[in-house]
Design a binder for this molecule. Sequence first.
Ligand SMILES: Cc1ncc(COP(=O)(O)O)c(C=O)c1O
Length: 382
Amino acid sequence: MLSVRGGLSYTVSVTIPYRPALAGLEPYGAPQLDVPVTLNVNENPYPPSAEMIADIAAAVADAAASLNRYPDRDFLALRADLADYLAAESGVRLSPEQVWAANGSNEVMLHILLAFAGPGRTVISFTPTYSMYVEYARDTFSEWQTLPRRDDFSLDLEKLPEELARIRPAVILLASPNNPTGTALTGDELSAVLDAAKGNGPADAPGSDCLVVVDEAYGEFRRDGVPSALELLADHDNLIVSRTMSKAFGAAGLRLGYLGAAKEIVDQLQIVRLPYHLSAVTQAAARAALRHSASQLSQIAALREGRDAIVRRLHSLGLDTAPTDANFVMFGTFPDRSEIFTRVLDRGVLIREVGPAGWLRVSVGTPEENEAFFDALEEAMK
Ligand SMILES: Cc1ncc(COP(=O)(O)O)c(C=O)c1O
């Protein structure tokens, strides 16, 4: 056995044929610690209502009666429910054939890169951004390149047309609101990216456009007046908008992510999905949960207010925050952020050490959890 990380318990056997690119790596994931207040993975802090729990339980019991059969591979009923949800949330009506779903938007993204990136093709994003993107690229054997954000974390778009003509990426991944910064794309920025993507697709598909994937995992938290990229779908065949039930909808444990795109794109995604990837239990539970959209989404206004109150209070402590349209706030900067993170954790509050040097991130919790966070932070900063 060969130890590749001095001091850590990991060992790499010389007899196992590791993929060189993966040897010695650790799996991605935020710490899952048993502490009183967890504000580290941007969940909705409110559990499902008693009515929603009862509905999900009944739907799952019904699905259990035919678990000897494989689930519906095309799950058009769930896709129709998700299309209805999107129409109610954003005013954009898609057909069920324009919607695709998988086990979390993580898997949705993997499907996109499996279908449209891969060896010899390049995926780009603007950093800092969601740290899984580079892993999707690695796992699909795609090249990965990043372009910078400005100091306020908005996109630096001036040179984008030249950059895209040089890189010829197959896929541009853009989180809006972005994680970990919270920055949302404006309508102008989105249009500029879509314009620059025209004709700059990968060299092995001459004349093609780059696919622009807007990851709206936190889309429901955007401020009034900030558009959803869904509004541009009708005019752009190269646009994909990804969403999830993990964040605003308050169902992270369900593992249900989805996207809206042209039917031709969705047809292509079906080529790379594993057969029966969405279990009958997941489909039934998701459909039952979606019947409670109105009550689930009624928490959003309070969470947005909680976010804005957190920003104000961080400023009153003399701290800086990144502009945020999400349910989290990136704040700082600290000469030693690990020390602050640990001191806050010692007081029972788990936040996230993520983003550029010196910054920390906190998710919006219940008013009581937010209060506990500030008690811990103020102590930690003494
Ligand atoms: C920007 C962004 N996209 C996607 C995800 C993945 O969400 P899920 O796989 O739970 O749908 C996250 C989770 O934190 C995220 O921050």
